[in-house]
Write a protein that binds this ligand. Structure first.
Ligand SMILES: Nc1ncnc2c1ncn2[C@@H]1O[C@H](COP(=O)(O)OP(=O)(O)OP(=O)(O)O)[C@@H](O)[C@H]1O
Length: 590
């Protein structure tokens, strides 16, 4: 049976490229530029010039590269997928930008006809090749004195804008601005001096000024700092600009990546570890691979290793800043506090940084976790919500029990991770019930004298489900404290669910409820407080009831506890009742 060759529908292939491979027809210029640079590399004479000319609805790219012989023209230009830039085994050769043998086709994104006039540096006459979008080409003798190649695109109706002089200038500068060749558009130079981070400067300050200006130009911000990047195994050099304002840690870090000095894309993702959201990078690499579209980095082991190395570099920068310039580190942390905390969740070095430098709210005022651990060795207690902290911090602090506010984003997780960097510390969520054990008990004689009062007080709040106790504690200015233990909170939730549940499920909850040890919230009256003391000495039962209910309501409000309807009713009742006592006249007969 005779073997047949594949037929290729060129229009279909071009359509595929333009719709599914390239994000924009603008890439046509990058592909032409790339071929010109590769041809110069292949000639190996060093230097090299590429001149781009616009005008008359056409674009001409002249290079003084290696050129093509007539045989090569047939073999390379007319065969889709064939490239001179691979070795015998089909691997991309290291020195070249191209590798797939499809780039030239991108000319058809903007033109119906591509003309190549070329003369090989190996000798032989000049050749003119003309390829048509319809899928045919012709080869004829060309005119050209020197070795090299000129590619001409004539704009297809509707594509003229992409070949207009200012657009071409912009595209050439964007893609080719760092190329190590002499590139001009209509005579105006586009390349100047290569990567700004490799340029020589008088002194470090001058270099920094130049890089700041580069960052302003590129990203529109004044960098907080500039970090040099260098990953030899990827042939990577570059800079990371530290953002001068906060960003959401979830923001995708997009970086400007050049491969062999040719721009890959302005928004490349995946160059840095996910946590490194606080920098924008510009890098050039010789060993990283592009995807076929040349708009993203190819995921391989090298990219993985590079990402880790760059992450290390940023980490080192932070650690060094901590050692050499704490004031600046604080400035950085003020900006990127949230992001650094997010990093600390997964990274011990970052956790150490947070531990040592970030201030947390504690019962003894703002301080770092390191300082807090120094003051309270052994156990670190925290409140899991801002409310819980507000409720308990002052009282806990007065008993010498240190509490950290773990109520803000990431804080509880960070505090719970402290044993990772300090094995000597145990971390516990503060149980309000613990506090009562720190309170002093009233001496036995006074306790005995208080019994009748306590009985009356208990009657006053019994229907509210709480238990009255009298203790001796600081701050003396606090008349009463409402404390719910974790178990009591749990029980209150079960009771609430019971009210909302149907018969069957309700029965289940009842069983559960009675299985839990009765652990009622406590109204702790402070024997050290003068007002409370006077209340305990009241003789009249009616007034005791009103006063205790008043203390109960005030303790609820002060502790930001939620008010149930019964609580609100009691609060109202005691307030009005006490008002009445305050304004009553002897004629009322009391
Ligand atoms: N300006 C040029 N000078 C010399 N040879 C060229 C020139 N442009 C293209 N060629 C030849 O044509 C071949 C095909 O080019 P094409 O741009 O389609 O693919 P490529 O550059 O090899 O790979 P890629 O698809 O990755 O760009 C090249 O391998 C090269 O040999």
């Amino acid at each position: 049976m005779a073997e047949r060759a594949f037929q290729v529908d060129l229009r279909g292939v071009v359509d595929l490229l333009s719709r599914h491979l390239y994000s924009s027809p603008r890439v046509y210029l990058r592909e032409l530029l790339q071929n010109a640079v590769d041809a110069i590399t292949a000639r190996g004479a060093g230097g090299g010039r590429v001149r781009i000319e616009t005008g008359g609805g056409a674009l001409r790219v002249h290079d003084d590269g290696v050129g093509l012989t007539e045989d090569e023209v047939h073999a390379l230009l007319a065969t889709i997928g064939r490239s001179s830039k691979r070795d015998e085994l089909g691997f991309a050769r290291h020195d070249f930008l191209g590798q797939f043998g499809i780039g030239l086709l991108s000319g058809f994104l903007v033109a119906d006809e591509i003309e190549v006039v070329t003369r090989s540096a190996k000798g032989g006459p000049a050749v003119r090749w003309t390829g048509l979008a319809g899928g045919s080409y012709r080869v004829e003798p060309g005119e050209r004195a020197e070795p090299g190649t000129t590619v001409t695109l004539r704009a297809r109706p509707g594509s003229g804008e992409l070949l207009a002089p200012d657009v071409v200038r912009e595209l050439a500068a964007t893609y080719g601005g760092l190329l190590p060749i002499d590139l001009t558009v209509d005579g105006a130079p586009v390349t100047a001096g290569g990567p700004p981070w490799l340029a020589a400067h008088r002194d470090p300050a001058a270099r920094r000024r130049a890089l700041d200006a580069y960052c302003r130009d590129l990203y529109g911000f004044e960098p907080f700092d500039v970090i040099d990047l260098d990953v030899p195994e990827a042939g990577l050099t570059g800079v990371a600009f530290v953002l001068p304002r906060p960003v959401a840690p979830s923001a995708r870090g997009a970086h400007r990546v050049y491969l062999k000095r040719m721009l890959l894309a302005e928004g490349v993702e995946g160059l840095l570890p996910g946590w490194a959201f606080f920098v924008r990078c510009v890098v050039d690499a010789t060993e990283l691979k592009p995807t076929a579209s040349r708009e993203a980095l190819y995921e391989d082991e090298l990219l993985d290793a590079t990402r880790d190395a760059l992450g290390d570099r940023l980490r080192q920068w932070l650690v060094r800043l901590a050692e050499t310039d704490p004031a600046r580190l604080r400035g950085f942390l003020r900006l990127h506090r949230l992001g650094v905390k997010a990093m600390a969740l997964h990274d011990d070095d970052m956790l150490r940084l947070v531990d040592r430098w970030l201030e947390f709210e504690t019962s003894a005022g703002p301080m770092t976790l390191a300082e807090f651990r120094r003051r309270h060795p052994g156990t670190a207690r925290y409140a899991a919500s801002v409310e819980e902290f507000r409720r308990l911090a002052a009282v806990a602090g007065a008993q010498g029990v240190g509490v950290v506010n773990g109520g803000y984003v990431h804080d509880t997780e960070i505090i719970e991770r402290l044993p990772a960097i300090d094995p000597g510390i145990a971390v516990r969520r503060l149980d309000p019930a613990e506090l009562t054990t720190a309170f002093g008990v009233v001496d036995p004689a006074a306790e005995l004298a208080l019994r009748p009062f306590l009985a009356a007080a208990q009657r006053a709040v019994d229907h509210l489900g709480c238990e009255v106790v009298v203790r001796d504690f600081d701050p003396a200015s606090l008349p009463a404290l409402y404390l719910t233990s974790r178990a009591a909170e749990h029980q209150a939730e079960v009771a609430e669910a019971r009210e909302a549940a149907d018969e069957l499920f309700g029965g289940l909850l009842d069983a559960l409820h009675s299985a839990v040890r009765a652990d009622r919230p406590q109204l702790v009256l402070n024997h050290r407080n003068p007002l409370t003391r006077r209340i305990t000495a009241l003789a009249e039962d009616g007034l005791v009831e009103l006063a205790v209910q008043g203390l109960y309501g005030q303790a609820l409000l002060l502790g930001h506890h939620p008010l149930r309807p019964a609580d609100t009713a009691v609060l109202n009742r005691s307030f009005l009742g006490l008002l009445e006592w305050a304004v009553h006249t002897p004629e009322d007969g009391r």
